[in-house]
Design a protein around this ligand. Structure first.
Ligand code: ADP
Ligand code: ZN
Length: 433
């Protein structure tokens, strides 16, 4: 079975990758200089012209773009192609504010869908597979990206979109779907619902899941894998850079390979903007090397990440990124301590809870309050009061040792926390309101 969608690129030598990147960057910077006045102005302000950009290392001379620039330029200010050449828009989920609109030419769509096809093949997908795409369709990039990728691989594509959980399960079972694509929180919800309907891992025809669009922990991965009887693969992306498929996991599952023939990645210090050496943790920055309509240059993702070029035994040579822990704006600062929701998730799942929780932060008398609502599983719920109190104490202690600050833990009855069909909302921060 072929394990690569485009082997000549996915296994290219480092020299070949750098050659491709050099060539594409030079061309791309000419394109934005000529066709994107917004970025030309930024370059002029920074005293850089296309003549200064000869190799990929010169990228450090170029100015950054951020979400604020995109909001500034909304809707058409960041468009680098005439409208007649554009065929699609997609938009961010708006998780952290006003939505951002991105544009695609047909070339851009093909490139994006090929990246998603690489991800599906890396998860073992072939034209024999039935691939159910349960990411939301519409403006959100999840549905459109995996749908296009599934077509390119030649899978029988089942475009269910998200939601309608009963119908979702009916199609998985009736059509014998082998690959499921959705957010990890929706996968967990589907797994829970299938268990309630009496389906065990051996009854479920799925063999692989391609889950992404939000942070999820290793513990959550194991949970979903066990309940559905699958191997679960991570996929990462963002609308500004194209959508899902910017990077994806291979069978080694030790970081996600970035499609670096299209997207050049850097890690920077979020405070100084300085580029950090390989292996350092910092903010992930992407440059689109050959997208036409919406060519983001040194776009600051705000995702906190680490890159590695260590050899991967899958044979792919593309740089890998660690699972992003969260983004700079996901990180809560509670009583001066940095807290990522993913750390809380790790503690919960290690103690046998399902990933159904909510974090509530508020400020009372100038002090931050920090409460974690955690749903008990149906089995825990039938425990006696003493056992429940013990569980609660154990969870408080676990959170304290992971985070270094104390949380008020409230165990709630099963099914009281709303399930997510797309990106889960884990944090309610009342301090900002
Ligand atoms: P929004 O920024 O409104 O959520 P997008 O739908 O474009 O819009 O989401 C992109 C963001 O989703 C990324 O910047 C990242 O923070 C998060 N994300 C996407 N895939 C993953 C993943 N596999 N793991 C962790 N976070 C992810
Ligand atoms: Zn690999």
């Amino acid at each position: 079975m072929e394990r690569y969608f485009q082997p000549e690129i996915e296994r290219a030598s480092r020299e070949e990758i750098v050659r491709i990147q050099n060539e594409k960057l030079v061309k791309q910077i000419k394109h934005v200089w000529e066709d994107l006045p917004y970025y030309r102005k930024k370059m002029m302000d920074a005293g850089v012209t296309p003549d200064d950009i000869k190799t990929i290392d010169d990228i450090k001379k170029l100015p950054f773009l951020s979400k604020a620039d995109l909001r500034d330029a909304y809707p058409y200010g960041m468009l680098a192609k005439p409208l007649k050449d554009c065929v699609r828009i997609q938009s961010t989920s708006g998780t952290t504010g006003k939505r951002v609109v991105a544009f695609y030419t047909q070339h851009d769509l093909d490139l994006w869908e090929e990246c998603c096809a690489r991800a599906i093949v890396a998860a073992g997908g072939t034209n024999e597979d039935v691939c159910q795409v349960a990411y939301g369709y519409g403006l959100f990039t999840g549905g459109a990206g995996l749908h296009g990728g599934s077509h390119k691989v030649g899978c029988l594509t089942v475009p269910t979109s998200s939601g309608n959980t009963e119908r979702q399960i009916m199609f998985i079972m009736d059509l014998k779907a082998t690959i499921l694509c959705c957010t990890p929180s929706y996968a967990a919800y589907l797994a829970e619902s299938m268990k309630e309907m009496g389906y065990g891992p051996d009854d479920i025809p799925l063999k692989a899941g391609i889950f992404g669009a939000e942070p999820w922990s290793e513990e959550m991965r194991h949970n979903i894998e066990e309940m559905l009887g699958i191997k679960a693969y991570d996929i990462y992306g963002l609308t500004e850079i194209s959508g899902p498929g910017v990077s994806f996991e291979c069978s080694e599952q030790r970081g996600m390979h970035i499609n670096e023939d299209h997207f050049y990645a850097e890690i920077i210090d979020p405070d100084t903007g300085e580029t950090l050496p390989e292996g350092s943790q910092g903010e992930l920055v992407f440059t689109c090397l050959d997208k036409e309509a919406f060519p983001m240059i040194r776009y600051r993702t705000r995702d906190i990440c680490v890159l590695t070029r260590e050899k991967c035994s899958c044979g792919r040579t593309h740089v890998r990124m660690r699972k992003p822990q969260g983004r700079t704006d996901d990180m809560l600062i509670i009583r001066g301590v940095n807290v990522f929701p993913s750390q809380i998730e790790t503690v919960l799942l290690n103690q046998g809870y399902a990933p159904n929780y909510q974090i509530i932060v508020d400020r009372v008398n100038n002090t931050d309050t920090f409460e974690v609502l955690v749903e008990m599983t149906p089995e825990m719920f039938t425990d006696n009061i003493g056992a429940i109190a013990d569980r609660q104490a154990k969870l408080s202690a676990g959170l304290l040792s992971m985070l270094g600050i104390k949380a008020k833990v409230s165990l709630v009855a099963p099914k009281t926390i709303t399930r997510s069909e797309g990106k889960a909302v884990r944090v309610i921060d009342k301090r900002k309101v």
